[in-house]
Design a protein around this ligand. Structure first.
Ligand code: G3P
Ligand code: MG
Length: 335
């Protein structure tokens, strides 16, 4: 094709652009590499074009994720190249000391939050183990859970609740988050008359659905957020005060832009990036966020989006069959 960059001379490649790639539905699907992804990442590495992996997934520390995805993609990726949904939480360690984290299996999310620098990190399992079965009689704690549970001072106010990744204990987490939202000052087992004194509440993404190897999309963390907002409204008659991170929210694009410009500075460039391309499969998160943040959006057909033309609700600048075609288009269509 005329857009093929196989014949491109290196000099013709733009040197002031960068890429952000979504992971699920763009680079991998159900844990397996999409082969065009390996080609795209290797090409950019070889040509020293900076890129970041910008995913609404998470649940492990970026260093762990980097190792896992390097193996899957067969491309060496660095920890700093990962912006997961919860990565920008690391900027909040001075604001909150005693925090509750939810989502994921075992202690991975606790370890991630501790590695970010949060002083005291409590999990949903810690709470159930400490306060006993009546706290939520519908979740059975396994031996493994009990081993992972840690003791904590349950009279100390909880400063903030962070959902890092899709909840494993959906019902337990809903009960726990509601108890805290309606509590006096974030203390477990208390109730505020106004129900508005609870801790600050963060969700790391608002994705209603996500794709895996199953034949239709699965419910994501956004479904949990909606449940929390609606149950809180039913309990209190008020809107739940909470903050969403992740795509399409600007906090995440801002964080990623800073990281990409850091990469550019490390390559001794003195001007900021001229254009950032986002390659994604989800119009409502990847494309919507990129468009409103001033990045150039490219929608691929290897994940959530399966439409014929473009997304009607959140149209991308361009639609490509896969991520390698997206990269080729981008490098031949810079501003
Ligand atoms: O939970 C949603 C997550 O799996 C989506 O990941 O990489 O498509 O943003 P990604
Ligand atoms: Mg995706």
């Amino acid at each position: 094709s005329i857009f093929s960059i196989r014949n491109f001379s290196k000099a013709a490649l733009p040197n002031d652009v960068a890429f952000a790639f979504d992971i699920d539905g763009v680079l991998i699907r159900g844990g397996r590499a999409i082969k065009e992804g390996t080609r795209a990442l290797q090409f950019l590495k070889d040509n020293k074009i900076p890129f970041i992996l910008l995913t609404n997934g998470g649940g492990v520390h970026e260093s762990v994720r980097a190792k896992l995805l390097s193996t899957t993609m067969q491309v060496d990726l660095k920890e700093k190249q990962f912006c997961q949904s919860h990565t920008p939480f690391r900027t909040l360690t001075n604001k909150y000391k005693n925090v509750l984290v939810m989502g994921g299996f075992g202690n991975k999310v606790r370890e991630t939050a501790e590695a970010y620098g949060f002083e005291k990190v409590i999990t949903d399992v810690d709470v159930l183990a400490k306060r006993g079965i009546p706290f939520w009689p519908f979740t059975y704690l396994t031996e493994k859970d009990l081993v992972s549970a840690q003791d904590f001072d349950d009279t100390r106010p909880i400063d903030a609740v962070f959902t890092y990744v899709d909840p494993v204990n959906f019902g337990l987490d809903l009960q726990l988050l509601m108890e805290l939202a309606c509590s006096k000052n974030g203390v477990l087992g208390t109730q505020s008359p106004t129900m508005t004194e609870g801790p600050d509440i963060y969700f790391s993404n608002a994705d209603l659905i996500w794709p895996n190897e199953y034949n239709v999309p699965r419910l994501g963390q956004g479904a949990f957020g909606i449940c929390c907002e609606n149950v809180y409204r039913a309990l209190s008659g008020k809107a739940l005060k909470c903050t969403y991170y992740g795509k399409p929210h600007s906090v995440t694009y801002k964080y990623a832009t800073n990281v990409l410009n850091d990469f550019r500075r490390e390559m001794n460039a003195t001007t900021p990036l001229r254009e950032i391309f986002m390659v994604g499969d989800n119009p409502a998160s990847d494309i919507r966020g990129a468009n409103s943040f001033g990045w150039t959006s490219i929608l691929v057909r290897t994940g959530v989006f399966q439409g014929k033309e473009n997304s009607e609700q959140y149209p991308a600048k361009h639609v490509s069959a896969n991520v390698w075609e997206a990269v080729q288009w981008a490098l031949t269509h810079t501003h």
